[in-house]
Ligand binder design. Sequence first.
Ligand SMILES: C[S@@+](CC[C@H](N)C(=O)[O-])C[C@H]1O[C@@H](n2cnc3c(N)ncnc32)[C@H](O)[C@@H]1O
Length: 246
Amino acid sequence: MSKATLIVDDCINIEDYITRKSGDVILTDPPYGTGQVHALGCYSYDDVLNGKGYIEYMTDRLAQIKTCMHNSALLVVHLDINNCYEIASVIQRKLGLYLNGDFVWAYRRWSSKKNSLQSNHDLISVFSSDQSLRMGRRILPVSIVAPSSCERVGYPTQKPMKLISRVLTELTTVCDVRRVIDPFCGSGSTLLAAARLGMDTIGMDRAVDAIDVCEERLRLEGFQPVRVMQNRLIESEKNHSARRIA
Ligand SMILES: C[S@@+](CC[C@H](N)C(=O)[O-])C[C@H]1O[C@@H](n2cnc3c(N)ncnc32)[C@H](O)[C@@H]1O
C-alpha cells in the first residue's frame, strides 16, 4: 500500500524532514500572490503577499524545495496567470532548472458582472534539470470542484481530483514516479491522487487544519497516513541517511 506522510510546518523547513534528493515529483499548488485571505466556511489561508514580497517568499521556499529533488526529478508548479511567468523565471534563473512543458488547466466559471475578462485557465508548469526533456503543452479541460460536488471538502481553492490524476498519470510517461511530494498541500488533493495511483506521498502545510483535512480524506479511502513530529527526518528515511549531503 502507498505510504502517506503528513507534516505541519512551513515548507522553508523541508530539509528538516525530507532526505535530500529523495523525491521523484514535487507537484504543488502554492499561494498565488493574490494579496487576499482565501476563506470558505470554517477554513481559510493567507495569500496576503503580492508583488516583490510574494516573489521573495516563493523564491526562498522553492530553493529549499529543490533540495529534495533527485537529479532526474520533476518540479511541477500550479499557478494562475498573475505570477506564473515571474515564478517560472525564478525557477529557471535562480534554481537553474529548465522549463520542459506545461499543462493548461482549462475550466469554466460562472460569469461575473464585475469582470468580463475572467480567467478561464491556469498553468501547471513542469521543470527539471534535463534540458532535453520536451513535453510541450497539453490542454486539460476539467471542471472546478463545484459547491455541490461530493468531492468538495470545504477547503478554499481545492483542486479537482480528475485534474491532479491526469497530471500525475501523464508524468509517469516521462519519469518513474514512486514518491510525490506536495509542500503546499492544502486539503491534500495531490496526496490522495498519488496514493490512489499507488505512489508514496508526502504532504506539508503550515496550517494544522489543512493537514487534518488531508488525514481525513486519506483515511476515508483506507490509507494510513502518518504524521511526523516537528523537525524530525521521516522515520523510514533514516536508513537512507547516507544519501544526505552534508
Ligand atoms: C492553493 S492552497 C493548496 C490547495 C490544494 N491544492 C488543495 O487542493 O486543497 C495553498 C496552501 O499552501 C499553504 N501554505 C502557504 N504558505 C505555506 C508555507 N510557507 N509552507 C507550507 N504551506 C504553506 C496554505 O496554508 C494553503 O493550504
